[in-house]
Design a binder for this molecule. Structure first.
Ligand code: AP5
Ligand code: MG
Length: 189
């Protein structure tokens, strides 16, 4: 199965993907993690990405697309994958559709995690990632609202979107996520 998780920063995309990996037995592709790894390794891509990430802005589409394209060609992705934080812009979504279509594949479903802003801020304050400070965090939320939220309509129109309440314990939310996966499986048949 190919599943996308969409949600604002701190919505719990990574947390739910860790659980989904076991359920679906497919690799977890987080573009945020890939970019942080590139920064750690000091690659040219990492250096370029850091200038955007440190400001809470989205990294340019071309940079993210080249990372993802390489990763999606890995043999472990043939049986499916969990896309966490990708796509995040309309051009990224269109490129993903093209890339999959060329391999006779498609996205099976998109899960949106909705969480009110005050809870996102609480979660961010409890964590200490480099881009988790109030000023950068507000910009990350703004980037989400301006550039990523329009994707919800893109997937809704294609009948692929299930929005779930991202408030509650991680286990509560996983039950909702699991229900969404069952619905995607039914619509595949
Ligand atoms: P990315 O790494 O994707 O960060 P993000 O979207 O801002 O989201 P987070 O990873 O902070 O949150 P999450 O939803 O994964 O939640 P988590 O499970 O960690 O991207 C970072 C940057 O990279 C972007 O700003 C951008 O610059 C760049 N980038 C990445 N992808 C890109 C793309 N495609 N295009 C362009 N640029 C891109 O949970 C958050 C916290 O809450 C954790 O501490 C967790 O333990 C806790 N938590 C989780 N669930 C719960 C719960 N139910 N109750 C209480 N606490 C919870
Ligand atoms: Mg994450």
């Amino acid at each position: 199965m190919r599943i996308i998780l969409i949600g604002p920063p701190g919505a719990g995309k990574g947390t739910q993907c860790q659980r989904l990996v076991e359920l679906l037995d497919v690799p977890h592709l987080s573009t945020g993690e890939m970019l942080r790894a590139a920064i750690q390794q000091g690659t040219a891509e990492g250096q370029e990405a850091a200038t955007y990430m440190n400001r809470g802005q989205l990294v340019p589409d071309q940079l993210v697309l080249s990372l993802v394209t390489r990763r999606l060609k890995g043999p472990d992705c043939r049986k499916g994958c969990l896309l966490d934080g990708f796509p995040r812009t309309l051009p990224q979504a269109e490129m993903l559709d093209d890339l999959l279509e060329r391999q006779a594949m498609s996205v099976d479903g998109v899960i949106e995690l909705t969480v009110p802003r005050d809870e996102l801020v609480r979660r961010m304050l409890a964590r200490q990632r480099e881009d988790d400070n109030p000023e950068i965090f507000s910009r990350r939320i703004e980037s989400f609202e301006r550039q990523t939220a329009p994707l919800l309509e893109y997937y809704e129109r294609r009948g692929k979107l299930i929005s779930i309440d991202g408030l509650g314990t991680a286990d509560d939310i996983f039950q909702r996520v699991h229900r969404a996966i069952r619905a995607f499986r039914r619509s595949r048949r």
